[in-house]
Design a protein around this ligand. Structure first.
Ligand SMILES: Nc1nc2c(ncn2[C@@H]2O[C@H](COP(=O)(O)OP(=O)(O)OP(=O)(O)O)[C@@H](O)[C@H]2O)c(=O)[nH]1
Ligand SMILES: [Mg+2]
Length: 676
């Protein structure tokens, strides 16, 4: 039995070499006899047909290998920003990570975004500067770039030589290298008083063994990041990295006795369409035939367990704390769900949400039902696509991070579901922010409230990224809990479409008034359902009260803004500035180095695509653009509105007609006969 497990993520900007490095690590560990190639479509982890065709990773994949007595479960993640949601899901199950950089490109936008997430979550990470064999590879330059733009708490673990040549290699330093021990002392002193004292006295009396132990300790706390150099293509530096992984990164906790608790970070469908959930266990054990709760759903029976061990996964009767397994039988499970007891709270989103959306149109109108089912299945694996059905217009839309994701969704619908679709033009997803506070009340038996419920709500602005908070200011005993829950659920649902049709993501909603009509309120009369409050009353009245409160507060439509970085020939500056102005982009800084121009600035997400399209013509094909979401800002000029897809509580008369007509059709007690 293995002595420990390490769940290791490989993260990087697109194309840095994660999948190639994964291949190398598997080879070094003896799992494969031949190193596969991304360019030939023969790697272990880019196993989807689409990944092999395109040479990029789209979905996270798990492989496993043994180093000594440690089982390393490696999660190879996609680097393309359109698939950042995959990285987010992987992040929640990692014990450690290798953040890969390219020795040629250095720190790239996604590298910074990933490093920040690793630091926030305190995931210990080693850095691997890959591609030292490529022409233009640097070592000192990349190290400086890392210290300046990622973190100063880094230690190079050795030196690269013959940079830029096929023969490029990496040699680890040891205790005999004075510059190395001096650097270790300097970095480790930051969080260790004894080392600090020695450092200040200028002594070198701290033993190398002690420095190494302290390096491991601080790396495991995510305070220091050891840096390795190498080439995934030639294998240079890979053994050193492998030793670093086992020496410096922590093992998974092994609380096998506690209550079963795990998290689903990936879902796939087996050959027969059966759902397979990838789960990392944090405590306890799940066995075949156990009934476990997944997410907020019912308990479901686990029908099979396959645990990742040496190489790939193998059938097993159970999975315990620290391990990763595939579970069969959890029919209702969604990615991100907790399995068993919730244990860890669902992590908050680490990255910016998708800022684009598009309408998916089946080529054959008869496929609408099948398309809806297919997208629902894709949403189980990737909830952030946020499939929305617009009943009024008979349209289905999805959220997107970018155009590549759109192509992948189209190709997946065609390849896996036999559905041919087209997409409408991609549009930006705005949000609404409250301009102030607002409140509203509707009382039982007081016209124009046709429902048997009293609801008062106050809305207050929330900080960016804080989410929707629901608070109750009335006494909890003042009405049945189910009614409070109905109000809260409906509040969250209603806030998906604010006054202009965009979601209101950050605000506090306070319930200030409550009231209901119970079956006993009518004294001697027999219980009469049509004269007592039901959940329906609260669900139907809440949107009216909430939109009144929102109206009073007022909302401001905000659009997503990206931060861009652009490299181009200096001579294209004039035309570039003209283009940027036309695209409402704001240059913030620009420097020219000889014939090279570098510029940074802000650009509305809606215009990024156009900039990317027009750049080559302006820069003789030499322009390189990097963009990443930065923040939301109030829209200037014409405020874009999104048509509502619900019963539209903004128009009270129409809303009442809709909800009451529907109710009477379905025979619910909240029909007009009762309201009247
Ligand atoms: N010269 C050189 N090329 C490399 C090295 N590592 C990877 N490559 C090449 O870089 C390209 C991208 O490699 P991948 O391994 O797919 O990179 P990735 O980070 O997995 O890419 P995504 O998963 O799509 O983000 C491929 O053409 C590789 O052959 C290296 O060390 N040296
Ligand atoms: Mg890859």
């Amino acid at each position: 039995m293995a002595r420990g497990t390490l769940n290791l993520g490989i993260l990087a900007h697109v194309d840095a070499g994660k999948t190639t490095l994964t291949e190398r690590l598997l080879y070094a560990a003896g799992v494969i006899d031949e190193v596969g190639s991304v360019d030939d479509g023969t790697t272990q982890t880019d196993s989807l047909a689409l990944e092999r065709q395109r040479g990029i990773t789209i979905k996270s994949a798990v492989v496993s290998f043994m180093v000594g007595d440690v089982t390393v479960n490696l999660i190879d993640t996609p680097g393309h920003p359109d698939f950042i949601a995959e990285v987010e899901r992987a992040l929640s199950v990692l014990d450690g990570a290798v953040l890969v950089l390219s020795a040629v490109e250095g720190v790239q936008p996604q590298t910074r975004i990933l490093m920040r997430a690793l630091q926030r979550l305190r995931v210990p990470a080693l850095l691997f500067v890959n591609k030292i064999d490529r022409r233009g590879a640097g070592d000192e330059r990349v190290l400086r770039d890392i210290s300046e733009r990622l973190t100063p708490a880094v230690v190079a673990m050795g030196s690269a030589h013959e940079l830029g040549a096929r023969t490029a290699g990496f040699t680890c330093w040891d205790g005999s290298d004075a510059a190395f021990t001096a650097r270790l002392t300097e970095v480790l002193a930051e969080h260790d008083e004894a080392i600090m004292a020695a450092y200040v006295r200028g002594e070198s009396q701290v033993s190398y063994r002690r420095l190494r132990e302290e390096l491991a300790a601080q790396t495991r706390q995510g305070r220091v990041h050891p840096v390795f150099f190498g080439s995934a293509l030639t294998g240079a530096g890979v053994d050193a990295l492998m030793s670093g992984v086992t020496e410096l990164l922590p093992r998974a906790g092994r609380n096998a006795e506690g209550p079963a608790s795990g998290r689903v970070f990936k879902i796939e469908r087996g050959p027969a369409g059966e759902k397979i959930a990838y789960v990392r266990m944090f405590s306890g054990t799940v066995r075949t035939r156990d009934r476990v709760r997944a997410g907020s759903g019912r308990e479901q029976k686990v029908t099979a367990v396959s645990v990742f061990a040496d190489g790939s996964d193998a059938p097993s009767g159970s999975v315990s704390a620290g391990q990763i397994a595939k579970l069969w039988g959890l029919a209702e499970v969604r990615v991100g769900d907790a399995v068993g007891s919730p244990g860890r709270q669902a992590e908050r989103h680490q990255f910016a949400p998708p800022t684009l959306e598009t309408v998916v149109v089946p080529r054959d109108p008869h496929d609408r039902g099948a398309l809806r089912a297919a997208l629902a299945e894709l949403a189980e694996q990737d909830p952030l696509i946020n499939v929305r059905q617009d009943d009024l217009r008979q349209e289905i839309s999805v959220s997107l991070f970018g155009e590549v994701q759109k192509e992948v969704i189209g190709a997946t619908l065609a390849g896996d579901f036999g559905l041919r679709v087209s997409f409408r033009e991609t549009t930006t997803i705005c949000i609404e922010r409250l301009a102030g506070s607002g409140s509203a009340v509707e009382r039982l038996h007081q016209a124009p409230n046709p429902f048997l419920a009293t609801i008062g709500l106050r809305v207050e602005p929330g900080a960016a990224g804080s989410g929707v908070a629901f608070r109750i200011e009335v006494e909890l005993g003042s009405m049945p809990l189910a009614f409070f829950r109905a109000v809260e659920d409906t509040v969250r649902e209603t806030l998906r479409q604010g006054l202009h049709g965009w979601a209101v993501p950050d605000c506090t909603v306070v319930m200030t008034h409550s009231g209901y009509l119970g079956k006993h309120s009518l004294g001697h009369q027999r219980f009469n359902k049509s004269m007592s409050s039901t959940g329906e009353d609260y669900r139907k009245l809440t949107p009216l009260v909430l939109t009144s409160a929102l109206r009073q507060a007022g909302t401001v439509v905000c659009e997503p803004i990206h931060r861009f970085r652009l490299d181009a020939p200096a001579e294209s500056l004039g035309p570039l500035l003209a283009l940027l102005a036309r695209l409402r982009a704001v240059p913030l800084a620009q420097v020219t180095h000889g014939a090279a121009l570098r510029m940074e600035g802000d650009i509305p997400a809606a215009r990024v695509h156009q900039l990317r399209a027009e750049l080559p013509a302006l820069t003789r094909g030499e322009g390189v653009l990097e963009c990443a979401f930065d923040r939301y800002e109030p829209v200037t000029g014409v405020v874009p509105a999104r048509p509502r897809t619900d019963h539209n509580p903004l128009n009270r008369e129409e809303y009442l007609q809709r909800v009451t007509r529907r109710a009477s059709l379905t025979g619910s007690p909240t029909g007009p006969s009762r309201a009247g």
